[in-house]
Design a protein around this ligand. Structure first.
Ligand code: MF3
Ligand code: CO
Length: 255
């Protein structure tokens, strides 16, 4: 096994650094939520997050990551993840927008995402947002010492599908620490008891991507934006969590 496949366990000090980065991500998301209304551009949201993160002596982790051009991802309606902020994209009443924020400070990463309704949205959009966020917490409840990664994946999939929605297969959550993406991969579908055993010190980003229609997705010509093939709505929530002997800590939950 090469070193890059090893799941590292973080010390208490490392988890404190990750908490600090994730709290900045959480506060950036709260600030963005307050600013989401009809008429605002996704570029404006990018600017707000970028300036806030720098003001905290931190750096927007996504900017320049694999040549990604912006500081956050903004994915509207049928866009699943990795939507690129643009001054041409003006949010409209009834849209839903997924915002993904990454932060690095003291060499440790934070990663969190929310989906927000723009003004009044359809009953379907509201239900999709609610079920996706609930599925994240259902998954987190299984991320405990002694459990298996597959328990997390299976709990998310079962919850989402019981509500008639589908879980994206082509993109998954991930381990996180000094790097944005570390082992293990954290799928939002799978079987109980499968995958690695969860131990104290493991830090993972759990991020269900849920489609109102079929699970198939494709990437647009800009080589970033992921959209649903059937053009159905999609939602995304993400938390970075640390598994410890004293329970699971949601590092990106605002405190
Ligand atoms: N939360 C996403 C992830 O875990 C965002 C990365 S997008 C990129 O992959 F912009 F950084 F590429
Ligand atoms: Co992530």
């Amino acid at each position: 096994m090469s070193r890059s496949e090893v799941v590292t366990r973080k010390s208490a000090q490392e988890i404190e650094y990750m908490f600090e980065s994730n709290q900045i991500a959480a506060r950036a998301l709260s600030l963005l939520r307050e600013n989401i209304k009809p008429g605002v551009t996704t570029e404006k949201l990018n600017k707000i997050a970028h300036e806030y993160i720098l003001s905290q002596n931190a750096y927007p982790l996504f900017l320049g990551y694999m040549s990604y051009p912006k500081s956050i991802c903004t994915s509207v309606n049928e866009e699943v993840v990795h939507g690129i902020p643009s001054k041409k994209r003006i949010l409209e009443e009834g849209d839903l927008v997924s915002i993904d924020v990454g932060v690095i400070k003291n060499n440790y990463c934070g990663d969190s995402a929310i989906t927000v309704p723009v003004g009044n949205v359809s009953e379907l959009a509201a239900r999709l947002i609610r079920v996706t966020e609930e599925s994240l917490y259902v998954g987190i409840s299984k991320a405990v010492c002694g459990g298996y990664l597959g328990d997390v994946s299976n709990a998310i999939q079962t919850y989402v599908e019981s509500h008639g929605f589908s879980v994206v297969r082509d993109y998954v959550g991930h381990g996180i620490g000094r790097k944005l993406h570390e082992p293990p991969a954290v799928p939002n579908f799978g079987r109980k008891g499968m995958g690695i055993k969860l131990e104290a010190g493991i830090c993972i980003a759990i991020e269900p991507m849920v489609n109102a229609g079929r699970y198939d997705v494709r990437v647009l010509d800009n080589s970033w934006t992921v959209v649903t093939c059937d053009k159905s709505l999609s939602a995304h929530f993400e938390h970075t969590v640390a598994i410890t002997e004293n329970g699971t800590r949601i590092l990106s939950k605002a405190q």
